[in-house]
Design a protein around this ligand. Structure first.
Ligand code: HEC
Length: 146
């Protein structure tokens, strides 16, 4: 009777282990999987310099009230969230002095450049500008272990 009990606990633990495995797989794509292209980040670099650098700095280092957009606190602010959340933040509020002055598509290019500056690798597909697609990509400050 006691032994049987133990066996069923082990069985339950195994099933739980398996389903956790499935959950982490279902999380899917992260910013470490190459979710923008190099050409897109290059377009984004030009757009960033035109529309964002006056406040955030030519090296994204931050100036006064405008925070840095690379590394440090910035990269952790968005940790474990869908990329659509950061995109929507930029859509709604940036550039602070003219949020409507930069198109959705241009903002996706700028976000690709921000990703490149945070050492997320480039890939073969461009970063989309639709929230329905962006929310399938998770922002991870640190590269998940394989
Ligand atoms: C007129 C100045 C100004 C311009 C231009 C500007 N920003 Fe900002 N940005 C700020 C300030 C100030 C903050 C912090 C206060 C706030 O969030 O409103 C900020 C905050 C942010 C944040 C949040 C940072 C964090 O730590 O989470 C992001 C992302 C961002 N800006 C992106 C951009 C992008 C991309 C552009 C260009 C399309 C841009 N900003 C242009 C002033 C500016």
């Amino acid at each position: 009777m006691k032994l049987k009990h133990k066996v069923s606990i082990i069985a339950a633990a195994t099933v739980m282990g398996l389903s956790f495995g499935t959950i982490s797989k279902a999380q899917g794509v992260t910013v470490w999987d190459g979710v923008y292209t190099k050409a897109q980040a290059e377009r984004g670099q030009k757009l960033y310099q035109d529309h964002c650098s006056a406040c955030h700095g030519t090296q994204m280092q931050g100036i006064e009230e405008a925070p840095t957009l690379k590394q440090g606190a910035f990269v952790y602010n968005w940790d474990s969230l869908g990329v659509d959340i950061l995109f929507q933040r930029i859509r709604d509020t940036m550039p602070l002095d003219d949020p409507k002055g930069v198109s959705r598509k241009m903002k996706a290019d700028i976000l690709a450049y921000i990703m490149s500056q945070n050492n997320f690798p480039a890939g073969t597909k461009e970063l989309p500008y639709q929230n329905s697609q962006l929310k399938r990509i998770t922002w991870h400050a640190l590269k998940p272990e394989e």
